[in-house]
Design a protein around this ligand. Structure first.
Ligand SMILES: *Cc1c(COP(=O)(O)O)cnc(C)c1O
Length: 483
């Protein structure tokens, strides 16, 4: 399998060539040069593999179609080490919870939550990041190299990255977060890590300030090379690939035969999660619809409704009660648009490089490609408000006794509007409520349930360096700790 860029660079690259990279040299995102097809016989075999050998074995089957430069036995060992009950809490890794919801969804629609949030940091990002940590360690050891990961987080990405990379040989993590702005639980999760290779930097500013610093440091190519600076952001292809697996696992759990269809609803921000669903569908998984759920930051919903993709400025980005979806532009969206345009790299570049830089938007409303988003690729969308999320959290708790977090609530609200009679609807649960306790208290008047292993986490000693929003200070700190 070779990888190419969404902006036209077709230099053949292997999986491990792009594993440690961010953007392609032409500014595009990497994609496989084709999607391997899971035909009827393959799907039947994978259903068996999943039922009999479990999630890790299914992951190996899927990943090995995309990764041919790691020996199969090694890749198998990496999958087995990653997807274990010891890391993800259950034997199923991603169990389905059925919500009987005949009253509010069209009759006879089986309505499920797919639990993706039982990993170390209680958000779905662990599903990909845990694999990435093991892949990075493996590949760096093979090359005899080191990597210093520099990242910015509003909460979930940073903790998932730190818990995936802690104690790994050859890797340090420098994670910037906006001082005092993450939830108490998120701060405790990150700052209580005592591993010597994890560095928390709390920036006196907002998330955008953190991201600007990461950009400024990465744009200093001499510094980047000297200190081997890398990233783990959501444009990394390996992260997206890891996420493809749970669409298959969810499908096999919700159906009895591969003749059935299911729909998925995905609480979305940077379009990484739902893009993995698109890849699964392109491989032949019988997904009917992929419903993109957004909060008040509705740049994606607007595109799927109107054909206009209009990125927002930081002043127009709302701070919401589902903060991991508070985005001004969706960094993985270019991958989908590349497919939508029939993989025309020149056109994709004209939209994402020229039009977005010039006008801050592009308009596909009059284009046949836009109609294909729905007709051919199955995309639908919707959005929720804070009041919707509160009402949904309350209703799901009262009716089903299940406590959901604010992001998952956004998904449930939008999924109900798109549920189809006779087609199972699977909503991806992207975090557990304990991460967003203040909103749960607002909705339910009580504290969220807390997994026992997190008892007292707020009282642990903390390792964090507070700094002004100053790229030079961050560089000095990185240089000192890499000496
Ligand atoms: C990251 C995140 C999302 C958004 O996922 P994308 O892949 O960026 O679309 C949604 N919910 C939670 C809880 C997250 O952490």
């Amino acid at each position: 399998m070779n990888y190419l860029s969404t902006r036209g660079d077709t230099t053949p690259r292997k999986f491990c060539d792009i594993l440690l990279e961010g953007l392609a040299p032409d500014g595009g995102l990497y994609l496989p040069d084709h999607y391997p097809q899971a035909d009827a016989a393959t799907l039947a075999r994978w259903r068996d593999v999943h039922a009999q050998q479990g999630y890790a074995a299914l992951a190996f089957e899927i990943l090995s179609l995309y990764i041919d430069d790691i020996p199969p036995a090694d890749l198998k060992a990496l999958c087995d080490k990653t997807y274990t009950p010891a890391v993800f809490g259950t034997r199923e890794i991603v169990p389905l919870k059925k919500l009987h919801d005949a009253s509010t969804s069209p009759a006879r629609t089986d309505f499920y939550l797919e639990a993706l949030s039982n990993g170390p940091t209680l958000a779905f990002k662990d599903m990909a990041m845990q694999l990435l940590g093991n892949l990075f360690e493996y590949e760096l050891a093979r090359r005899g190299e080191q990597l210093n990961i520099l990242g910015a987080t509003s909460g979930d990405t940073g903790s998932a990255a730190e818990y995936a990379m802690r104690g790994k040989r050859g890797i340090r993590v420098f994670m910037l977060s906006p001082h005092g702005r993450m939830s108490q639980f998120q701060q405790a999760q990150m700052f209580s890590l005592q591993d010597a290779n994890i560095y928390n930097i709390a920036i006196e500013g907002v998330f955008d300030d953190c991201q600007d610093i990461v950009k400024a440091v990465s744009n200093d190519l001499a510094f980047k090379r000297q200190y081997r600076i890398g990233t783990v952001n959501s444009i990394n292809w390996a992260r997206l690939l890891a996420q493809v697996v749970y669409y298959f696992a969810g499908y096999f759990q919700a159906t009895r035969s591969n003749d059935e269809q299911v729909d998925f609803t995905v609480p979305s921000g940077n379009f990484g999660n739902v893009c993995a669903g698109h890849v699964a569908r392109m491989m032949g998984l019988p997904i009917g619809r992929l419903v993109v759920a957004t909060n008040e930051n509705d740049v994606l919903d607007e595109f799927f409704r109107t054909g206009v993709y209009r990125v927002r400025g930081s002043a127009d980005t709302h701070e919401t009660s589902s903060p991991s979806m508070d985005i001004s532009k969706a960094s993985n969206f270019e991958r989908f648009v590349f497919d939508l345009l029939g993989r025309d790299g020149a056109r994709c570049k004209a939209l994402f490089h020229d039009a977005l830089a010039g006008q801050g938007q592009f308009d596909l409303s009059g284009d046949a490609a836009f109609a294909a988003a729905r007709d051919r690729y199955g995309f639908e969308s919707g959005k929720s408000t804070h009041a919707d999320r509160l009402a949904t959290i309350r209703q799901v708790y009262e009716q089903h006794g299940v406590m959901i977090d604010t992001h998952t609530a956004d998904g449930v609200k939008v999924a109900r509007e798109h549920a189809r009679a006779g087609v199972p609807m699977i909503v991806l649960e992207t975090a557990l409520p304990i991460k967003f306790a203040a909103t749960i208290r607002e909705a339910l008047g009580r504290d969220p349930d807390r997994p026992a292993r997190f008892d007292g986490i707020e009282d642990l000693p903390r390792r964090v360096q507070v700094m002004g929003a100053d790229a030079q200070a961050v560089k000095t700190f990185v240089a000192q700790n890499c000496a």
